[in-house]
Ligand binder design. Structure first.
Ligand code: WT7
Length: 635
């Protein structure tokens, strides 16, 4: 992917067919956008009306203590009331909620009725273990139906789930358990990935050694290899679900709209991961409205969000929003290329997938294998496509559009973040598209590209992406750290009350937004968000390393790859073996997704006089580019 492409390619348009425009939930974006901006309170109130509430709200938005905004104040609900309970009263109870396929070919599906039963049973298990409203529960599992059941069961009893992505390991898990203070952890013995077993339970055991706060571990049997079960601490999920206590009747806890639903950890500028907090009321309204309008969900759709439930994409658009809308979702456990590079296309064909939502890195990864793999599968069921996670380069966009969508399926390039809860800048199916641009904001959302002083940038000029008004699924705070919430997101434009996204962007002459990338110390690797600081502290925790600096360097498939520069402690010498050992150390401490592609040993690092590592200088050197202004360099 080259940056040049993004700068020049602003004039090529792709328009949806008349048929798509006519049938879209939002056939006229401009009108709806204007209405929402003229009366945001009325607009969000109207969207909330389409959901069920135990008790209606008194006030849509409370901004008296901004930026600690509150939504639907006085409203009583539970996201499970909308995701499961209400469907049991209609024909929808017999509709398929989830179609699951394991990497090993195992298949299972759940109707709304059956899913609800499993959730009720597991909610009773959790209650019997003493889990109550407001408690935190950590979930660390592969992509199986049980992760969905576990998340929903937590929400049903009013517990706050904290899902840790299965690609993280020991120290990363321990840090997150510690920060969330979870007494109960749900995991599985292992997960299948590329024909191999990811040893999830084993990782959990080691993490708990470092973080002994966990009292109970519930283990789902998936891969069947031997695991150590600690007497009195660890329980098999299937044993608990067979107990009389696991009845299919279970009351859903009545929650305030503003009660916490989940914490999801994401990387930021410092090493300590941030627990992004979302709540029941605003989140259910925003995620369901955005999914409905952007991906135009119809009753006969087969929706496939090919992300992991362990990331925000999965929380919002595999678990909560599709269930609220009563949609049928596909979940696939493993790698897109296993056993052959047509696995995904076979899934589209087998299940008649109508909407496929994925990430640029996956598209680029599959594109490498050529057109023959998708071409031998019947992809004619597809009607819409989607992309998320990083900017999509026009070449990948066009391949997705032409080879997968056969030129018929508009691509919804959705820009958003863990913090925003749902799509923020995104097309709807009826608008014109430009490859590489996430187009314009969703109705009700006000975004801008501004300079340091907050002036709107001229068209095609780079600036900072800000969100100027609150929205229902905005993060409420950083778990346990209000100050960090203020500093990170609201301090930059404090007087104006704008949210700083942490991305640079530009707006073109048509008002279309082109997101360029992160401006903080966050790297996107294969769409995964990693903090340089977390990887650096992982490296420094190795006895041979005194100091480390980590940067992201552009890569054709992964978007970015990780380069690490290490200063060794006196007496240590750099060698290929040490490079190997450090990579393994990172796999073990942080996770396989954080492993540096390259590790270089250096005597010193470029720093400012105040001691901050100048990562842009390292990056320029790594890419063979001019190093720019070095006036603040220490020596
Ligand atoms: C960061 C947020 C939102 C779910 C997955 C990522 C980048 C995300 C796009 C897009 C360009 C994008 C941004 C953003 N990003 N979507 N369509 N075009 N960049 O969530 O892990 O919180 O990462 O991902 O840099 O700030 P996340």
């Amino acid at each position: 992917m080259s940056d040049k492409e993004f700068q020049t390619n602003t004039s090529e348009w792709f328009y949806p067919t008349e048929d798509i425009i006519k049938n879209a939930h939002i056939p006229d974006y401009d009108t709806v956008y204007q209405q929402a901006i003229d009366d945001p309170i009325g607009f969000w109130g109207e969207q909330a009306e389409s959901l069920e509430w135990y008790q209606k709200w008194d006030q849509v938005l409370d901004d008296s203590n901004a930026p600690f905004y509150k939504w639907f104040i006085g409203g009583k609900t539970n996201i499970v009331l909308n995701a499961l309970d209400r469907h049991q009263k209609t024909w929808r109870r017999n509709k398929i909620a989830i179609i699951w396929e394991g990497e090993d070919g195992e298949k299972r599906s759940f109707s709304y009725w059956r899913l609800n039963q499993e959730v009720c049973k597991f909610a009773n298990v959790l209650r019997s273990m003493g889990v109550r409203k407001g408690d935190t529960v950590t979930i660390y599992m592969g992509r199986t139906p049980e992760i969905v059941i576990a998340m929903l069961a937590c929400a049903k009893v009013g517990a706050i789930h904290s899902v840790i992505y299965g690609g993280f390991s020991e120290q990363a898990i321990a840090d997150r358990i510690e920060d969330a203070k979870s007494r109960v952890l749900i995991t599985s013995d292992g997960a299948w990935l590329r024909g191999q077993i990811v040893p999830l339970k084993n990782n959990v055991d080691q993490a708990i050694d470092r973080s002994p706060i966990v009292e109970h571990v519930i283990v789902v049997k998936r891969t069947g290899q031997d695991v150590t079960m600690v007497q009195g601490r660890d329980y098999w999920y299937h044993d608990l679900m067979a107990l009389p206590i696991a009845s299919t009747r279970c009351e859903t806890e009545v929650m305030d709209a503003e009660d916490p639903l989940f914490i999801l950890y994401t990387s930021g500028t410092t090493g300590k991961p941030k627990g992004i907090l979302h709540t029941h009321g605003g989140y259910q309204v925003y995620t369901s409205t955005t999914l409905n309008w952007v991906f135009d969900i119809k009753d006969d759709d087969r929706w496939w969000c090919a992300a992991d439930p362990g990331w925000i994409t999965g929380h919002s658009y595999i678990v909560y929003a599709p269930l609220i809308l009563g949609a049928t979702s596909i979940i696939y456990e493993g790698a897109p290329t296993y056993p052959y590079p047509d696995r995904w296309w076979r899934i589209v064909e087998d299940y008649g997938v109508t909407i496929l939502y994925t990430a640029p890195t996956a598209i680029r990864g599959l594109m490498r294998f050529g057109d023959a793999w998708p071409n031998r599968r019947d992809l004619s069921s597809l009607r819409l496509l989607g992309s998320v996670g990083e900017p999509i380069n026009p070449e990948a966009w066009k391949w997705f559009y032409n080879v997968i969508g056969k030129g018929r399926c508009p691509i919804m390039d959705t820009w958003w973040q863990t913090e925003t809860g749902g799509f923020m800048i995104t097309p709807v199916p009826s608008v014109g598209l430009k490859p590489g641009s996430a187009t314009r904001p969703f109705p009700g959302i006000v975004v801008d590209v501004v300079d340091e002083d907050g002036n709107t940038c001229a068209p095609n000029e780079d600036g900072k992406l800000v969100i100027k008004t609150p929205w229902p699924s905005m993060l409420r705070t950083v778990w346990g750290d209000d100050q960090r919430y203020l500093n990170q997101y609201w301090a930059a434009y404090k007087d104006k009350g704008w949210y700083l996204a942490g991305d640079s962007a530009r707006k073109d002459d048509d008002g279309y937004i082109w997101v360029i990338g992160r401006i903080d110390d966050v790297i996107k690797v294969s769409g995964y968000r990693l903090g340089t600081a977390e990887i650096e502290s992982g490296l420094v925790s190795h006895h041979a390393v005194a100091e480390a600096a980590v940067i992201g360097v552009p890569d054709e498939v992964k978007g970015n790859i990780i380069y690490a520069y290490c200063i060794l402690v006196a007496g240590q010498t750099g060698s290929d073996d040490l490079v190997k050992a450090l990579r393994e150390h990172i796999r073990h401490e942080v996770g396989p997704i954080a492993m540096p592609s390259k590790i270089e040993f250096v005597d010193k690092l470029p720093k400012t006089r105040s001691g901050k590592i100048m990562r842009r200088v390292l990056k320029a050197r790594a890419m063979g580019l001019p190093e720019g202004d070095l006036s603040t360099l220490e020596d």
